[in-house]
Design a protein around this ligand. Structure first.
Ligand SMILES: Nc1ncnc2c1ncn2[C@@H]1O[C@H](COP(=O)(O)OP(=O)(O)OP(=O)(O)O)[C@@H](O)[C@H]1O
Length: 233
């Protein structure tokens, strides 16, 4: 069995009298340590899959298996522990606590997690050692996103889930963030999933899952992913 298995997963939202199928029979698997890109246009159902995989939402039907555990059977308490210990999240808008320094923002995550890594080492890993005592308002967007990546990695999660992590950044800063994620995947062995609508990013991933209109349309495995610094878009 693969590290992540999503099997016949369905999620529907009721809007008044109509029902929207956000995920309509999703199937894919991911191997441990892979960098995965989930590609698709707005409204395709990408965030829904990621939220279900991250234990922030639950599916209506299907099985979600992570590291041999069926998380789709979890109760609320189990889901809380799963989110705390096993999943790191990175969002488009960094969601940092404004009155805490970069280091304190990362520490906050390590305090509620079981397997936390050394905060200074993780800040060094994302290239922020020299900025750790700064507040978010004193950091650029790219630096703030690196703090949020550090915060997610510091929990030493099984999965790092990133929803449009470069969406609010300019081209070069976005590229640096993707490189940070690619390096983090390589250097820590964490399985990383990135949602994007930018198909030019596909070559950097080990696996590319294309989702459109609530279904998986293709899955592609790259034997030789390309370093982020070598792609242009
Ligand atoms: N909480 C919700 N209530 C009702 N409908 C929802 C909810 N969340 C998502 N949807 C609907 O489900 C579909 C898939 O949404 P989803 O956010 O997963 O797409 P996406 O591919 O991540 O899009 P984007 O790139 O714009 O974030 C959309 O039609 C959306 O409007």
């Amino acid at each position: 069995m693969a590290f992540i298995e999503i099997i016949d997963e369905y999620k529907r939202y009721k809007m008044g009298d109509t029902v929207i199928a956000a995920n309509d029979g999703i199937n894919f698997s991911v191997e441990k340590g892979e960098l995965v890109i989930i590609l698709g246009p707005s409204g395709a159902g990408k965030s829904t899959v990621l939220n279900i995989l991250g234990g922030m939402d639950t599916c209506d039907e299907g099985k979600i298996i992570v590291d041999d555990v069926e998380i789709s059977k979890f109760n609320n308490k189990q889901l809380t522990n799963y989110r705390r210990n096993d999943v790191g999240f990175v969002f488009q808008f960094y969601n940092l606590v404004q009155n805490l320094t970069a280091k304190e923002n990362v520490e906050l995550a390590t305090q509620i997690s079981r397997n936390a890594l050394d905060v200074d080492e993780v800040l060094a890993l994302v290239g922020l050692s020299h900025r750790k005592d700064n507040f978010p308002s004193q950091l650029s967007g790219g630096e703030q996103q690196r703090v949020s990546i550090a915060r997610a990695i510091a929990k030493n999660p099984k999965l790092l889930l990133c929803d449009e992590p470069t969406g609010a950044l300019d081209y070069n800063t976005g590229k640096q963030i993707l490189k940070t994620l690619q390096d983090a995947c390589k250097n820590t062995g964490t399985t990383v999933l990135i949602i994007t609508h930018n198909s030019a990013l596909a070559p950097i991933a080990n696996r590319v899952i294309r989702i459109n209109d609530a279904k998986v349309r293709s899955i592609e495995v790259n034997e030789n992913p390309i370093p982020v610094e070598e792609i242009e878009w």
